[in-house]
Ligand binder design. Structure first.
Ligand code: IPE
Ligand code: IPE
Ligand code: MG
Length: 249
């Protein structure tokens, strides 16, 4: 039986974030280049988007390229950039057909002009869709995002638009690239690594973390459902006691 049948749709997390990791190791195991691993990872992206939509997830954030990934060998960075453009372009019609919206989070200005232009045009093409929103984290890092938010807040204080006392958690949320999007309730990382690698540090404050040893190109629809089922079997206490939660339910 598929784990899908056990998912309680009323309690599906609204937002799931994924660190798609392990492409390089997947390829190395097969005696292939890291680039081959990235190419094979595309199918797992398709599977994950499909599974998220079927499970009733509203927002899916995929970590595609981090600020730190710019430090990889130039050859790999260039291959990743052209793969990104090609995939976004070739998947656009299918995403549109499935009513998927796309949003890019990250330092778009650091991307090669072509990558920026092409991705922005697909974002625009899909902007009227009302189904699943895929947030692609591209040239993204959480510390970059937080510093950006702090700079914008400081500027608005200086201009007199807001007062220092207006700064609250809610206001801060609105200065992040995920403004108006609920925080992820579940974060999945493949490849067995157990770290956040500068991903959504603020937004993941109370997320459930799910780690699987599977390498990203091997990640299937069923693996996504398994993560959701695992999430639904956890008790999220938010600082309270188990007894308190039982009384309120
Ligand atoms: C994830 O796979 C993809 C990106 C970071 C772009 P990796 O390329 O990190 O693969 P491993 O972790 O080296 O196996
Ligand atoms: C995190 O994976 C970034 C992406 C998946 C895009 P990395 O493979 O770059 O992270 P580290 O180096 O293991 O922390
Ligand atoms: Mg990695």
């Amino acid at each position: 039986m598929s784990c899908f049948d056990n998912i309680d749709k009323a309690r599906t997390p609204a937002h799931v974030a994924v660190i798609m990791d392990g492409n390089g190791r997947w390829a190395a195991k097969r005696g292939n280049s890291r680039i081959f691993g990235h190419e094979q990872g595309v199918e797992a992206v398709r599977n994950t988007i499909k599974a998220a939509a079927k499970a009733g997830v509203k927002f899916l954030t995929l970590y595609a390229f981090s600020t730190e990934n710019w430090n990889r060998p130039r050859f790999e960075v260039e291959a990743l950039m052209s793969l990104l453009v090609n995939v976004v372009k070739s998947e656009a019609d299918e995403l549109d057909k499935n009513n998927v919206r796309l949003k890019i989070i990250g330092d778009l200005n650091s991307l090669p002009k072509k990558v920026k232009r092409e991705t922005e045009s697909i974002v625009e093409k899909l902007s009227e869709n009302t189904g699943l929103t895929v947030l692609m984290a591209l040239s993204y890092s959480s510390k970059w995002e937080i510093i950006n938010a702090v700079k914008s807040i400081a500027t608005d204080v200086k201009k007199g638009k807001i007062l220092p006392d207006d700064i609250s958690q809610e206001l801060f949320d609105n200065y992040l690239s995920t403004a108006n999007i609920p925080d992820p309730e579940l974060m999945i990382r493949t490849s067995g690594e157990r770290r956040l690698s500068n991903f959504l540090l603020w937004q993941l404050a109370y997320a459930e973390l799910y780690f699987t040893p599977k390498l990203w190109p091997d990640f299937t629809e069923e693996d996504f459902y398994e993560a959701i089922c695992n999430f639904q079997n956890r008790e999220r206490r938010f600082g309270m006691t188990s007894e308190q939660l039982k009384k309120t339910n």
